[in-house]
Design a protein around this ligand. Structure first.
Ligand code: NAP
Ligand code: 12T
Length: 338
């Protein structure tokens, strides 16, 4: 038995929600009561958690007695129900983009800015998956050498867009192998055997929302409004695991590749996988199911003494979503904020 904590998972039947349950079980998260919520469609579904059967219920405003509500059911559900949960005394950890850029809402990656949790007013936002893994790897370097500029290109898996996107990757891949016609429904174009340089909608400035999320959230989490950030976000036919090619310019001209490796080797939540002589580097297929962020291919820029290139990979449903949310809940407990 825990400390009487009542946890609700909103979107429990989704790609993120399922990983949320797996993570709560893996971490032996202490709680007395667990409520699983979804839309009307899945209400009544039976789910086994730690050997006990639970029935998924339709999410309504009833959050009576809930201490921690983990939301991953889309931005509109969060906008409608998160304030209702807070009104009834719950702390919300929200996985959607609904509140991330609100000034009064902490946007937290515990390895980077756990202390921002102290300022919460009921809702804590979980950043975008691509942002989380990048800032987790960059923060230890920023602490050691300062940081001026980041340019990132992403190679993102379809599971970031939910279970229907995963189904579409499989059914389209099968169709292509069978030489049948393909009709995209979830992704904007055929994703099987393709690469799509669009995630989320376009803004007027030519960047997509996914790219702007990476740019704005990185500055907020690192408390560096002056940091120069540019992003190009690309979807690949991979089920799970986001990869990123990152170019970073440090303040200092003194860092070496060995310095960066030794810092990242000891950094929390980071696994260094970097040995070109043995062809060792991170790949999404190896990162699936793991909580860490994997970093490799660290090289010095050939023109700028303060410029470095690296390759950052993580499971987008774990550190990118469910694990970071549960980690925030663990931090709230450790800091006695819940
Ligand atoms: P998904 O696989 O499509 O699952 C969606 C979940 O939300 C399901 O449990 C679904 O229930 C539930 N839901 C949908 N409409 C609802 C409603 N009106 N009321 C209550 N529940 C509702 O999607 P997912 O990949 O798990 O992602 C869910 C959300 O998490 C996304 O929309 C996004 O906002 C967020 N997300 C964030 C990140 C990140 O970067 N941190 C990454 C991925 C996703 P049913 O089974 O009843 O349909
Ligand atoms: N990368 O909540 O991959 O910022 O489609 C939602 C969906 C991030 C988010 C996707 C994503 C979000 C996706």
């Amino acid at each position: 038995m825990g400390r009487g904590l009542h946890v609700a998972v909103v979107g429990a039947t989704g790609a993120v929600g399922q990983q949320m349950l797996k993570t709560l079980a893996d971490r032996d998260f202490e709680m007395d009561t667990l409520t699983l919520l979804s839309s009307k469609r899945s209400a009544g579904t039976k789910v086994t958690f730690r050997g006990q059967e639970y029935t998924v219920q339709e999410a309504t405003e009833s959050f009576e007695g809930v201490n921690i509500a983990l939301f991953s059911a889309g931005g509109n559900v969060s906008k409608a129900l998160a304030p209702e949960a807070v009104k009834r005394g719950a702390i919300v950890v929200d996985n959607t983009s609904a509140f991330r850029m609100d000034e009064n809402i902490p946007l937290v990656v515990p390895e980077v800015n756990e202390k921002d949790l102290h300022d919460h007013q009921g809702i804590i936002a979980n950043p975008n998956c691509s942002t989380i893994q990048m800032v987790a790897a960059l923060e230890p370097l920023r602490q050691a050498y300062g940081m001026k500029k980041v340019i990132v290109s992403t190679y993102q898996a379809v599971s970031g867009a939910g279970h229907e996107a995963i189904d579409e990757l499989y059914s389209q891949s099968q169709a292509v192998l069978n030489k049948e016609d393909v009709t995209p429904e979830v992704m904007p174009y055929q994703i099987a055997f393709n690469a799509i340089p669009q995630i989320d909608k376009f803004q007027d400035n030519g960047y997509t929302f996914e790219e702007m999320k990476m740019i704005n959230e990185t500055k907020k989490i690192m408390h560096m409004p002056e940091l120069e950030v540019a992003a190009t976000c690309v979807r690949l036919p991979i089920e799970t695991g986001h990869s990123e090619s990152v170019y970073v310019e440090l303040e200092s001209n003194d860092a070496t590749v060995e310095d960066l490796k030794s810092i990242l080797k000891d950094a929390p939540g980071i696994t260094l996988q970097d040995d070109p002589s043995q062809q060792i580097y991170p790949m999404p297929a190896d990162a699936v199911g793991k909580n860490d962020v994997f970093v490799g291919r660290i090289r010095k820029d050939l023109d700028r003494p303060n410029g470095f290139h690296m390759w950052i990979v993580s499971d987008n449903l774990l550190k990118g979503a469910a694990w970071n949310s549960v980690q925030i809940a663990e931090s709230l407990k450790a800091l006695k904020l819940v």
